[in-house]
Design a protein around this ligand. Structure first.
Ligand SMILES: CC[C@@H](C(=O)O)C(=O)SCCNC(=O)CCNC(=O)[C@H](O)C(C)(C)COP(=O)(O)OP(=O)(O)OC[C@H]1O[C@@H](n2cnc3c(N)ncnc32)[C@H](O)[C@@H]1OP(=O)(O)O
Ligand SMILES: [Co+2]
Length: 146
């Protein structure tokens, strides 16, 4: 399997508006996608981008996720980490099905089906206990850029 770039770092937050204010006003980051609900993923999501020395976006994305509903997959994480925290790493691949096959042959546990993620491309998750303690998201590279 050929691994692509790191697409985003997922950060679980208990309060989306407070998290956006923190990244914008304290960290000087840029809010590139305002919050929107992804009910099928059980999260509210927003993206912030880190600027370079000239204030231009670097392309390094932080994905803020807030639980949406009691059955949210991040409800347990927030219960254990009430202030929020770094939740997952997301890597791009060119071919999602080839990647799924690769990780399966490596004995890695895949969490649920391949589904459409926040960037509109297929994603799946790998169990943190099989991935050096890191919940790992694999996403297909968006066609025509980011
Ligand atoms: C916005 C859409 C999309 C995108 O396009 O980018 C997203 O990113 S959605 C992000 C949210 N969705 C998911 O996380 C889906 C996959 N996650 C899951 O299926 C579950 O969250 C989980 C990973 C199976 C954990 O389930 P949970 O019920 O919270 O906990 P468990 O008790 O079963 O956990 C077992 C074990 O793993 C540890 N753990 C849990 N979460 C993490 C984590 N994020 N990073 C590292 N370790 C984690 C947990 O602490 C348990 O460990 P022990 O206590 O040692 O047993
Ligand atoms: Co993600």
């Amino acid at each position: 399997m050929k691994l692509g770039r790191l697409n985003h770092i997922g950060v679980a937050v208990p309060d989306m508006q407070a998290a956006l204010a923190y990244y914008r006003d304290i960290m000087g980051a840029q809010v590139i996608t305002e919050p929107f609900d992804l009910p099928e993923q059980g999260v509210k999501v927003a993206f912030v981008n880190t600027p370079d020395a000239h204030g231009e976006p670097t392309g390094t994305q932080i994905e803020l996720i807030e639980p949406l509903g009691e059955s949210s997959p991040i409800a347990g994480f927030i219960a254990k980490n009430p202030a929020g925290g770094q939740h997952h790493l997301c890597y791009e691949v060119e071919d999602i099905e080839a990647a799924r096959e690769w990780f399966t042959t490596q004995g890695k546990r895949i969490l649920g089906p391949t589904r459409i993620g926040a960037h509109g491309t297929p994603i799946f998750f790998l169990h943190p206990k099989d991935m050096l303690g890191q919940l790992t998201e694999i996403m297909e590279t968006p066609r025509g850029g980011h």
